[in-house]
Design a protein around this ligand. Structure first.
Ligand code: ZN
Length: 104
């Protein structure tokens, strides 16, 4: 067996979610969350949510002009507030469609 050199370890950081200090894995330079299961779950949820939000606005608005973008954003936001459940379901379906399209 070959002897492995001590790989470089990034500095310790504070977990974004629980606030604990942790030692990131050597490969995960951008890691901001500790290894606790609950924190990992929270991280996944947060990343997915951010991604989803960014992409939805992008896909929905890229074909519209500036003026209709503003109107559309306003309309969607108002609708979102009133129909949270509907909205979540709609998004789920939308994302599933996108995934299927990307895989095809
Ligand atoms: Zn944590």
């Amino acid at each position: 067996m070959r002897k492995r050199k001590n790989s470089f370890l990034p500095e310790k950081r504070t977990c974004k979610f629980c606030g604990n200090i942790f030692q990131p894995a050597s490969r995960a330079f951008r890691q901001t969350v500790c290894f606790k299961v609950s924190c990992q779950k929270a991280r996944k949820k947060a990343t997915f949510y951010n991604w989803k939000m960014k992409n939805i606005e992008y896909y929905k608005l890229k074909d519209l002009s500036n003026e209709s973008k503003k109107t559309e954003i306003k309309r969607v936001n108002e609708w979102k507030k009133k129909n949270k459940k509907e909205y979540n379901r709609y998004m789920k379906n939308l994302m599933r469609e996108k995934r299927n399209k990307n895989n095809a």
